[in-house]
Design a protein around this ligand. Sequence first.
Ligand code: ZN
Length: 113
Amino acid sequence: MAEAPNKWQRWTDTEDSVVDLFPAREAAELLGRTYQAVRSRRDQKGLGPAHGNQKPKKRLRREYFQTGEGPREEVVPPPKRPKCRLCRRKARAKGFCLKCYARLRYRAKRADG
Ligand SMILES: [Zn+2]
């Protein structure tokens, strides 16, 4: 598990289906990725437990149990990927994109010295 040869590879459709089909630990070994990477990919896709039919994650509805009306479960949409606090790029570090993060660190460093 320590070495993950495919760590920096883009996710392909085949790999995504493996992520859906197998439990996270097995998928990680099959794909040569880290366990954490597989978990995070499942989360991005909004997938529930391993089953292989790409069913979305679901939660039970409170109203169904209180009033008995409507469907029992509702689909949980996949979480939005975080955006940078200053621009519209993808957030990578502490809510900033790498560019903004580097700029702020540079400014902080200059202010100190
Ligand atoms: Zn930014």
